[in-house]
Design a protein around this ligand. Structure first.
Ligand SMILES: Cc1cc2nc3c(=O)[nH]c(=O)nc-3n(C[C@H](O)[C@H](O)[C@H](O)COP(=O)(O)OP(=O)(O)OC[C@H]3O[C@@H](n4cnc5c(N)ncnc54)[C@H](O)[C@@H]3O)c2cc1C
Length: 426
């Protein structure tokens, strides 16, 4: 009987457990989780704060007990893995116990990053990642005493927290050190439009602002002081300036770790029988061929499933790892696919605007580099698969996807720009 450990039970860990059980009804699957709740979806936390889902809605797979019964798992709640001896495939845990396994999966995810600055520990300085972060923010808002909020970090998480404040009619300022919102994915031309629509909704914006420290005022309010001396005072401050992978306990293990645990496309680490999946790992990215950390819910689930299959003798490969970001906030949509940092002034640029639709696509030598789309929440799958299709193959948009996109308001010129250089279909 194969003995498998799954360390960390979020979307990646859950999908791994499901895949192992589907292939091996007899495997002993030990699941180690540092909570006693079921796996939650971090991206649903802000929906709970907003009020569009209830508490249980954050747990898409059910409670830990229900999952344990359904998949016949040996559950170990409220425990952390604290070290690994890779050669023996042995884990040590926070209660001092040790255990050897045939295969181990690390699916420990990531945590909200907080800078080590004065004032970060103050009670109304919050982050947004976990269920308890969401409960804390919802509780603060429900007191009715939060009138003014500051969100630091114009990221995918930051914009969702801004949306929470906006929905609760709380005056909100969004600041960031970069020159514009979504700085790692939005072209300045795209960002300009996003800024205008946020300001129209009453959100105050300030960029080029680097946080130095946070102070508590005599009246209980908080002031974020910037490196340039600017001060922003509010009743609550949300710090959304990135994530750190939960891999510190593995740093002396011999696993190769960059920002996350390095894995190949089979989710294998540099030690046989040891795998990693989800936000704690870096896997080969298709566009660059380099290892990249891409923290996405769908990636975590697919990677977990692939690891589960391969831990039970399968040979599955993760082939869809690409930089993609989709933000739906305050009745607006922003989709970015590809690596904006690879774009240069020499590239071919396509631009189209017919409000609310805005498209900016960049390619070089008939190879798409990055696409930004504002104002379309539908058909992202078609755009994504066009991006991923090798140019030497078929028409990127076939007759069917062409018809769908034209019907959705995409201009013919965009489809031609994307298709140019690809071979006609047989
Ligand atoms: C506000 C917000 C919005 C988001 N929006 C989107 C979006 O729009 N689209 C998208 O695709 N993605 C989005 N994401 C990202 C997405 O939620 C993550 O990429 C995904 O949930 C990662 O899943 P995971 O299983 O790898 O990690 P996690 O969900 O982090 O799960 C890992 C689990 O392991 C536990 N753990 C950690 N260390 C240990 C240890 N040593 N021992 C035992 N257990 C441990 C952790 O506590 C956690 O429970 C968003 C995230 C946030 C916070």
């Amino acid at each position: 009987m194969k003995h498998i450990a799954i360390v960390g039970f979020g979307g990646a860990g859950y999908c791994a457990a499901e895949a192992v059980r589907a292939r091996d009804p007899h495997a002993k699957i030990d699941v180690y989780s540092d909570t006693n709740a079921g796996p939650y979806n971090p991206m649903l936390t802000t929906y709970y704060v907003k009020g569009s889902i209830d508490y249980n809605g954050m747990f898409p797979f059910g409670s830990l007990t229900e999952i344990g019964q359904k998949l016949n798992l040996d559950l170990h709640p409220n425990i952390q893995a604290t070290s690994l001896s890779p050669a023996e495939k042995k884990l040590t845990f926070s209660d001092g116990s040790e255990q050897k396994f045939d295969s181990i999966l690390f699916s420990t995810g990531a945590s909200a990053f907080t800078p080590p600055i004065q004032g970060i520990e103050l009670p109304r300085v919050i982050t947004m990642r976990t269920v308890s972060d969401a409960v804390k923010l919802k509780d603060f808002i429900s007191t009715g005493r939060i009138k003014k909020a500051l969100v630091i970090g114009a990221s995918w998480v930051g914009i969702k927290v801004v949306e929470d404040f906006y929905e609760h009619q709380i005056d909100c300022t969004l600041i960031d050190g970069a020159a514009n919102i979504f700085s790692t994915a939005a072209f300045p031309q795209t960002a300009e439009r996003i800024h205008a629509s946020l300001e129209k909704k009453g959100i105050h914006l300030s960029f080029g602002q680097f946080l130095s420290c946070i102070e508590k005022e005599n009246n209980g309010q908080l002031t974020a002081i910037m490196k340039n001396g600017c001060r922003f005072t509010a009743d609550i401050i949300a710090v959304c300036i990135g994530i750190k992978t939960n891999v510190a306990f593995l740093k002396d293990s011999g696993l190769i770790i960059n920002r996350g645990i390095l894995v190949d496309s089979y989710m294998r680490t540099n030690f046989k029988g040891i795998y990693a999946a989800g936000d704690c790992c870096e896997s080969p990215e298709m566009q660059s061929g380099l290892h990249k950390h891409i923290g996405l819910w769908a990636n975590a689930r697919i990677q977990g499933r692939i690891a589960g299959i391969n831990m039970t003798g399968g040979n599955e490969v993760f082939t869809s790892n690409i930089l993609i970001n989709l933000a739906h906030y305050m009745h607006s949509d922003f989709l970015s696919i590809g690596d904006i940092s690879a774009c240069t002034d020499e590239d071919d640029v396509y631009e189209y605007e017919n409000s609310p639709l805005y498209i900016r696509a960049v390619k070089k030598d008939n190879k798409l580099k990055c696409i930004n789309i504002l104002g379309s929440s539908e058909n992202n799958g078609i755009i994504r698969s066009a991006f991923m299709k090798p140019m030497s193959q078929d028409l990127i948009f076939n007759d069917c996807s062409r018809a769908i996109l034209l019907g959705a308001g995409y201009p013919e010129s965009f489809l031609d720009f994307i298709n140019a250089g690809s071979c006609p279909s047989a």
